[in-house]
Design a protein. Structure first.
Length: 122
């Protein structure tokens, strides 16, 4: 799991895995200023945490939590331990993760923009 010290979702992912008694290796990206580019190259994602099971990226905390909720996390962990990992986990769409959310009222989309004051230089 690729993490940073300041990431709350990293902490949540670690707590979830520890609660399920699933061992993990933590790779801290704190001291690497180019960590987002490296994460993108390694996992396809640029946020932390990025979680990899048996060499295959599954995504971040949201995807990990969804796998746990649907029972897939235990199956993936067991297959990784047994060396029978069955293949890549599909990335879930926002619709699959959160379902249908109600649309906000039209007034929520109104944006007011202030023009900066013009000043003359002397």
């Amino acid at each position: 799991m690729y993490t940073t010290r300041w990431c709350g979702y990293c902490t949540r992912a670690k707590v979830l895995l520890e609660g399920k008694d699933i061992a993990y290796e933590e790779i801290s990206m704190d001291d690497d200023p180019a960590f987002r580019r490296k994460l993108r190259d390694l996992t396809g994602g640029w946020t932390v945490p990025q979680i990899v099971i048996d060499g295959r990226p599954i995504g971040g905390y949201t995807e990990l939590r969804e796998l746990e909720r649907t029972g897939g996390l235990e199956a993936l962990a067991a297959s990784a331990r047994n060396g029978t990992f069955c293949g890549p986990v599909p990335r879930l769409s926002t619709q699959q993760l959160f379902g249908s959310l109600p649309s906000p009222p039209a007034s929520a989309w109104r944006v007011s923009v202030r023009e900066p004051a013009l000043t003359r230089s002397k």
